[in-house]
Design a protein around this ligand. Structure first.
Ligand code: FES
Ligand SMILES: [Fe+2]
Length: 343
């Protein structure tokens, strides 16, 4: 059985994907959802299924703030109401499409598939760094349970094996220390390496000397992760300024129980990311193949039923899995979960 948290915000798209009269359709937890931006600027999210003969509304046409079904022409607005029918007579009252709370925040389109009255915009994590210019926004589908991607990100030591063709394989992650902490519900995987000679930091243009280097991965329920990479002169407080500090987001939205939408960013940089490592992209060419192969290996088995070996570096990933399981169980117990509809 698919295990999803429903009362939470999921990223469904980058805001930049909804330019002009774009209609975008993506499945979230098995539900195909159509999103578009109304002329007022607000975001509409509807079930992408006509209530008449279940055609996909996103295959239809958009007329300003209305969507015309491609099959028989019933027309709906962003609130799901049928506003026009090509046929004479009264529009049946059940000619209504389900809608979902949706909002644009921090350059991201978020949707809420849980109880609508619980949808609170304030619960969206603070990702305001994305509003600074220069971040490169990426998207890739991945054939894996969203939690396998979270596992990968909460344990950056995989860089040493998986990213050998790009930025990994130097042994740096093995030389630092990992710790797992919990900050008001945000689970953190903190990597710290002290007294690193400038030449070993992997950061170009540093003054000679030694540095403390960190990578802080933070998980926000249910599937939004930020990673901060930084360094400061050895022993100096981080707040005193870091010659190199970058932030990334990784948002993994469950599409089905074995496929996900993976959104991520590159920090501002000159040139193309593909030029950095001779055309090898770390996520698409290194993380994806291994995570998808893990999914294939697991087939339909439940993660813990396979009795996975747990290493010390897995501490944060295990905490996230346990926290998520607890939240999902609580949601299902209180009956606030809405059963996932079949795609
Ligand atoms: S299926 Fe949409 S109008 Fe008939
Ligand atoms: Fe990776």
């Amino acid at each position: 059985m698919a295990e999803f948290l429903r009362n939470t915000w999921y990223m469904i798209a980058w805001e930049q994907e909804l330019g002009g009269d774009a209609m975008l359709s993506r499945r979230v937890m098995g539900n195909r959802i159509l999103v578009f931006r109304r002329s007022s600027g607000t975001i509409a999210a509807l079930r992408d299924r006509c209530p008449h003969r279940f055609a996909r509304l996103s295959d239809g046409t958009r007329e300003l703030d209305h969507i015309v079904c491609p099959y028989h022409g019933l027309t709906f607005d962003g609130s799901g109401a049928c506003v026009r029918s090509p046929y004479p007579g009264v529009i049946p009252p059940n000619a209504h499409v389900d809608t979902y709370p949706a909002v644009a925040k921090h350059t991201i389109i978020w949707v809420w598939l849980g109880e609508p009255h619980l949808a609170d915009e304030a619960a969206i994590p603070d990702l305001s760094f994305l509003e600074q210019p220069g971040h490169r926004r990426e998207y890739t589908p991945i054939k894996a349970d969203y939690r396998l991607v979270i596992d990968n990100l909460m344990d950056l030591s995989h860089v040493e094996c998986v990213h050998r063709r790009t930025f990994g394989g130097t042994g740096a992650f093995y030389k630092g220390e990992f710790s797992a902490t919990d900050l008001y519900g945000v689970i953190q995987s903190l990597w710290l390496r002290k007294n690193v000679p400038a030449a070993e930091t992997g950061v170009e243009g540093l003054a000679d000397g030694t540095y403390d280097q960190w990578a802080d991965t933070r998980w926000h329920p249910a599937a939004t992760i930020t990673i901060e990479f930084g360094l400061a002169a050895a022993g100096a407080p981080r707040a005193e300024g870091s010659p190199s500090r970058t932030m990334e987001i990784h948002a993994i939205t469950p599409e089905t129980d074995k496929t996900s939408h993976y959104f991520y960013t590159w920090p501002p940089m000159e040139g193309e990311p593909s030029a950095l490592f001779g055309g090898v992209l770390p996520i698409e060419h290194e993380d994806l193949p291994i995570i998808e192969s893990v999914q294939e290996q697991m087939a339909d088995a439940e993660f813990w039923s396979l009795r996975p070996v747990v290493l010390q570096v897995d501490a944060a990933a295990v905490r996230v899995r346990r926290r998520l399981a607890k939240m999902i169980a609580a949601e299902q117990r209180t009956g606030s979960a809405i059963p996932s509809s079949k795609p």
